[in-house]
Design a protein around this ligand. Structure first.
Ligand SMILES: Nc1ncnc2c1ncn2[C@@H]1O[C@H](COP(=O)(O)OP(=O)(O)OP(=O)(O)O)[C@@H](O)[C@H]1O
Ligand SMILES: [Mg+2]
Length: 261
C-alpha cells in the first residue's frame, strides 16, 4: 500500500510523521520504503544521509525513469529503505511540465516496487505543485498533518477541497486515511480550541492519537535515526507507535476510513 503524507502548509510535521510512521512500520516487521519528494531532503537527512550523497534520488525515478530498485538505498533502520530527495527536485514543475502524463510519473515508477514492500510512504513538500499531485495519484491513501495553530483550520478546509479536485479531476483513487493533529501543545488555549473544531467537523476522520510536542522528536533527525532508536521510551515514540497502529487498522482491505470528504 502506498500512503502519502501531505499539507501544502509548511512545518506541520509531515516529514517527522513520514519518518516516524515508516520507522514504526519497519519495526513491526513490515518491509517499508520511504520516498522523499522534497528538495529540502529533510527525511533523507533525518535518516543520516549526507547532503553531498543524495544521488540517485526521487528526481531520477521521476525525470529519467530510473527503476525504484536502483534508486533505493538501505537505511540504518532494519526493514526501512529510502529513496532520497534533493535539490534536483527544485524545478520539478518545469521539468515535468512538458511531459505527457506528467502527473502519473510517480505512480508508474512505483508500480513495480509495490511487490517489494508492504508499505511505501511518500513525504511531500509543502505545496500543491506537481510533486504532491504525483504523490496523490500514486497513493492508495493520504494522511494530512495539521498543526493546530490559528491558521490551520481554514487551511485544512481549503486543502481537503483541493485534494478532492485533484482526485476527481485526474481520476485518482486516493482515499483520505485520516487527519493527524501534530505538534500539539495542550497547555495552549488556541491549540485546544482548534483541535476541538477539527474533531467536531471531521469526526472519526481525525486519528484519536494526537502527537504532542516532544523535544525528543525534534532531536531525532540529528541522530540520523528514527524516534524508535533515538528515544524508544519517549512520549513521541509512544504516540507515533499508536498512530501507526491506527493507520494499519485503517489500511485493512475494505476498511478505508472515508471515500468522500
Ligand atoms: N511533535 C513534535 N515535537 C517537537 N518538535 C517537532 C514535532 N514534530 C515536528 N517537530 C519539529 O518541527 C520542525 C518541522 O517539522 P517537520 O520538518 O516534520 O515539518 P514538515 O511539515 O515536514 O515541514 P516542511 O513543510 O518544511 O516540509 C522540525 O524541526 C521537527 O523536528
Ligand atoms: Mg518536510
Amino acid at each position: 500500500m502506498i500512503i502519502c503524507v501531505i499539507n501544502n502548509k509548511g512545518g506541520t510535521a509531515k516529514t517527522t510523521t513520514s519518518v516516524s510512521l515508516a520507522g514504526a512500520m519497519a519495526q513491526s516487521g513490515l518491509q517499508t520504503l520511504l520516498v522523499d519528494l522534497d528538495a529540502q531532503a529533510s527525511a533523507s537527512l533525518s535518516l543520516g544521509e549526507a547532503t553531498g550523497a543524495l544521488s540517485p534520488s526521487s528526481a531520477d525515478i521521476l525525470f529519467s525513469g530510473m527503476p525504484v530498485a536502483e534508486a533505493a538505498r538501505r537505511t540504518q533502520v532494519a526493514g526501512l529503505d529510502l529513496v532520497t530527495g534533493g535539490m534536483d527536485l527544485a524545478n520539478a514543475d518545469l521539468v515535468l511540465g512538458g511531459i505527457a502524463g506528467r502527473e502519473k510519473r510517480l505512480a508508474q515508477a512505483l508500480r513495480p516496487a509495490r511487490a517489494d514492500y508492504d508499505f511505501i510512504i511518500l513525504d511531500c513538500p509543502p505545496a500543491l505543485s506537481l510533486l504532491p499531485v504525483n504523490a496523490l495519484v500514486a497513493a492508495d491513501g493520504c494522511i494530512v498533518c495539521v498543526s493546530p495553530d490559528y491558521l490551520a483550520y481554514e487551511g485544512l478546509m481549503a486543502l481537503l477541497r483541493a485534494v478532492e479536485h485533484i482526485r476527481d479531476g485526474i481520476g485518482a483513487r486516493v482515499a483520505l486515511l485520516g487527519i493527524v493533529l501534530t505538534m500539539v501543545n495542550p497547555g495552549l488555549k488556541v491549540t485546544r480550541q482548534i483541535s476541538d473544531d477539527v474533531r467536531r467537523r471531521y469526526g472519526d476522520l481525525v486519528f484519536a492519537t494526537e502527537i504532542r510536542r516532544d523535544v525528543k522528536l525534534a532531536e531525532a533527525p540529528g541522530s540520523g535515526l528514527t524516534i524508535f532508536e533515538h528515544a524508544p521510551a519517549s512520549k513521541g515514540a509512544t504516540a507515533y507507535r499508536a498512530l501507526c497502529d491506527e493507520v494499519l487498522a485503517r489500511c485493512r482491505p475494505g476498511d478505508v476510513a472515508a471515500e468522500s470528504y
